[in-house]
Design a protein around this ligand. Sequence first.
Ligand SMILES: [Zn+2]
Length: 346
Amino acid sequence: MRITRSQLVEKPENRGRHIVILGAGASVAAFPQGDATGRKLPTMDGLIEMLGLETVLKRGGVKNTRRNFEDIYSELYEIDPGLPILREVEDIVYTYFDKLRLPVTPTLYDHLLISLRPKDMVATFNWDPFLFEAWNRISASAPVPQIVHLHGNVRLAYCPEHPTYGAHGMYCPKCDKKLVPSRLLYPVAMKNYVNDPFVKTEWEVLKKGLRQARTLTIFGYGAPTTDKEAVDMLNKAWDKANRLIERTEIIDTKGKELLREKWEPFIVKTYLDCPENFYKSRLAIYPRRTCEALLCQTSYGQWVETNPLPENVGFDELLSWVKSLVEAESMGKSMNQSSEDTIHNY
Ligand SMILES: [Zn+2]
């Protein structure tokens, strides 16, 4: 029995959510040439050098600056959260990321967002503005998933009293106060950093999403050992022991055995895919139908024809390609109101 491309496109179903978690490696992979002006994206290991933070950190008493940036930040914070050097570092980092501009042509992040539906979710640890800006330009043309921010982001502001966020300059609809910029850096090595009012709400949304997930993709996230709290929370919400056929996909250039070892708590039975880049992932091969394709393959043993996302086309062609998928979704929605918006446990 085989499922053809048109059968896959024309029959969207409610088969659970696809949750994607992005780390700094995803932005590096998505913008290999840097931003619109060629400004490069740093990883946590290369950030100190790229942003020229050595001198400032040495002045603050840090002897070895050839380490992970978030580790060093946490160490300084533990000494005294009020250290002036921390404000200086925060300002340099904020200014660098704030200046980044999204290229005008479709980027991997536009492709990622268009490969998912509103029932799905993209959660990001990244400070850069690219996912936020890609969402702003693509969501007007196609229904895309919500974004959850697991750390702060340079484009985001929030209300400290209500679970609401938006762009800088916006006001809270509940209390009418101006939203305040989200904090960028957190002392990830310290316990309970997620009790910060902004990220706390976001983590709750992700945890709910993970409990309903059928497929999980981890893209460019190294799960640093210092950020134990984040990894523990992800682990708990994924709840591997109560899963049967769910699929974990890790987009990473590292070898499969290494990734299997690292992500063992997230792998159900042996179901692990490790594509080396986004365009080889299930997201780009079965866009907007990843959960349907997975169920056909695993539960019914069916062969599913691929429907690859067009990688090297402009916005017009990309949007025209996605049209048949979106039309089938809205038809399904009008026939069965609950199919797209309401997520059922299974
Ligand atoms: Zn408010």
